[in-house]
Write a protein of this length. Structure first.
Length: 362
């Protein structure tokens, strides 16, 4: 039999160069898409995300806001820049004040739980709501309108206080009816209040990560413009306390959801490295024998949900200077705020309220 002819060495080298050049082109395309090609050949592996900017929790932590103490003992947070608008009611509650004892130590004073949670007595919550309404409006009898929140982008128009008896299912509500106080409840999610200075219309939105991906705030601004003829330049907004990027660790499925909806999604995430004293002092205790990238010890992916909703307000046409961020992380400040995550699910609820002052209360 004839011997098999092998190509010359120069031809093999040229072929290898072409293959390597093709691989580099593929890697460049992967890099542009935010992915990295898996070097493993034994089986197909999902491409890994590129690394994010890293930070320590203290670098991302916002300063705690200073609450105002009402005459009835309720500690709440007004928006300083809004107090010149005499027609506007608004405020964010804290957990301080009130009569609830479900979530505090036996020796502590009562707290201001404003949600009908399984652990608290309904009578205590109703009393707390009157205290909070009185702190904001001066009249405990002011109608407080709540909604049945379910992490959606549904926004309803509240035209009267009839919704008090049977709250509508939504994650946002709006009105131009004087004398009503619209409310959303949170315990880590982001509350957003919006007011039209010219039309004297208001709105309140509840934005968890699912509602944020569904553009609850951006959609809500569109509904306000449609219902009341509002112009973006006349709108002002306030973002209340919620869980901050210092504490809000999420999975890659959350990143994927955001990346599918927002071109700036990567700017909302970072890798946060633990700075626990034990880990800092004894790093050898946390070493594992797993391959790099497969250990459960390492940085976590954190989401800045406050910035995500600020971006939506800007995208809806509001001027950045018209947006106030109250600050404070609900998970970092358990003495000031309720936090669902920090308390492993056993938590009270805070309220964020806004309304058009009635003529009789002016």
């Amino acid at each position: 039999m004839e011997a098999t002819m092998r190509p010359p060495a120069s031809q093999i080298l040229d072929s290898n160069r072409q293959v390597q050049e093709q691989i580099r082109e593929i890697d460049a395309l992967f890099l542009e898409a935010g992915l990295a090609r898996s070097p493993r050949r034994s089986s197909a592996q999902p491409a890994r995300l590129r690394r994010f900017d890293g930070a320590a929790p203290e670098e991302l932590r916002a300063e705690a806001p200073v609450p105002r103490i009402a005459a009835n003992g309720v500690a709440w947070l007004p928006v300083g820049a809004w107090e010149r608008h005499s027609w506007l009611w608004h405020g964010f509650s804290t957990r301080q004040g009130g009569v609830s004892r479900a979530y505090c130590a036996d020796t502590s004073p009562g707290e201001l739980n404003l949600g009908f949670t399984p652990d608290d007595a309904r009578e205590s919550v109703l009393c707390n709501r009157q205290f909070f309404v009185e702190a904001v409006t001066g009249d405990p009898a002011t109608p407080l309108v709540t909604i049945r929140q379910f992490h959606s982008n549904v926004v309803v128009h509240t035209a009267s206080d009839a919704s008090r008896e049977q709250p509508q299912k939504s994650d946002g509500q709006m009105t131009d009816c004087p004398g009503l106080l619209l409310a959303v409840q949170t315990a880590d999610c982001i509350p957003v209040l919006v007011a039209d200075r010219r039309r004297r219309a208001v709105a309140a939105f509840h934005a968890g990560w699912r509602g944020t991906v569904k553009r609850i705030v951006e959609t809500g601004i569109g509904r306000v413009r449609l219902e009341f003829g509002s112009r973006p330049e006349d709108l002002i907004a306030a973002i209340g306390p919620g869980i901050g990027p210092c504490c809000y660790a999420v999975g890659e499925e959350v990143f994927s959801a955001f990346e599918s909806q927002f071109p700036y999604a990567r700017e909302l995430f970072c890798e946060v490295y633990s700075t626990a004293p034990v880990r800092t002092r004894y790093p050898m205790l946390f070493l594992t024998q797993r391959a790099p990238g497969h250990s459960i010890v390492g940085p976590n992916l954190h989401l800045d949900l406050i910035e995500a909703n600020r971006r939506q307000l800007v995208a809806a046409g509001l001027k950045p200077k018209s947006i106030q961020v109250i600050g404070g992380c609900t998970s970092c400040l358990p003495e000031l705020f309720f936090s669902h995550r920090a308390s492993q699910g056993r938590s009270g609820r805070m309220m964020s309220v806004i309304g058009v002052r009635s003529v009789s209360s002016s």
